[in-house]
Design a protein around this ligand. Structure first.
Ligand code: AP5
Length: 215
């Protein structure tokens, strides 16, 4: 299955993509994670991207497209993948479609998680991540057994710099002004499914995995 997850910040794209990877073995490619890894390493892409990310703005198309297509080409993408956070503009979507058509691995399904503002703010302000392994938690919805300590590896938890109310507002504006157009783009191609992103992670996963398995 070659899948794209679309949704506003905090819709649960990353959470669902990790569940698909852990339970069904589907390769997870997250633009945000790859960019953050490059920032952490001080790599050239990270240096170019970090100021945009901290402000909640989109990293320029050319940087992101090149980075993601390289990643797809160097992974076992012919066995299927889930793209989380990419594409985010019509330009990115068209470039990706051209490249995946050449590789004979076009996108088969796009899932849009429609999510309310209340959910988004609650989830993002409460999100915590592990500094070591990247595991994703929420202080209320998905707390660790020991506060501030990762259940999986014992690493220290931190809050993303862009998870503050002001930056969340910018990210949402960008989603509404630039990314939402993708919904019609994929609906016109006949590969869009819409789901509520507000439901519990297990409920969302059940519906998502049901669709993925029958394809
Ligand atoms: P990115 O990391 O992709 O951020 P985002 O799209 O804003 O999405 P989030 O990671 O915030 O949310 P999510 O939907 O994955 O939610 P999650 O599962 O973590 O991008 C960051 C930045 O990188 C961008 O702002 C931009 O600068 C740049 N960038 C990335 N892609 C780009 C592109 N294509 N082009 C240009 N620039 C790009 O869940 C959130 C929280 O809620 C967690 O705590 C989780 O535990 C909890 N939770 C999740 N689901 C549920 C549920 N169902 N019930 C209860 N709690 C839940």
């Amino acid at each position: 299955m070659r899948l794209v997850l679309i949704g506003p910040p905090g819709a649960g794209k990353g959470t669902q993509a990790v569940m698909l990877f852990e339970r069904l073995g589907i390769l997870h490619l997250s633009t945000g994670d790859i960019l953050r890894e490059n920032v952490k390493k001080g790599a050239p892409i990270g240096k170019k991207a970090s100021s945009f990310m901290e402000k909640g703005e989109l990293v320029p198309d050319d940087i992101v497209i090149e980075m993601m297509l390289d990643k797809v080409r160097s992974s076992n993408a012919d066995k299927g993948f889930v793209l989380d956070g990419f594409p985010r503009t019509i330009y990115q979507a068209k470039k990706m479609d051209e490249a995946l058509k050449d590789l004979k691995i076009p996108i088969e399904l796009v899932v849009y998680f429609e999510t309310t503002l209340k959910t988004i703010i609650f989830r993002l302000t409460g999100r915590r991540l592990c500094k070591e392994c990247g595991a994703n938690y929420h202080i209320v919805n998905m707390p660790t057994k020991k506060p501030g300590v990762c259940d999986k590896c014992g690493g220290e938890l931190y809050q993303r710099k862009d998870d503050n109310e002001e930056t969340i507002k910018t990210r949402l504006e960008i989603f509404n002004n630039q990314t939402k157009e993708l919904i019609d783009y994929y609906r016109d191609k006949g590969i869009l499914r819409e789901m509520s992103g507000d439901l519990d992670a297990d409920v969302v996963y059940k519906e998502l995995a049901g669709i993925v398995r029958v394809r």
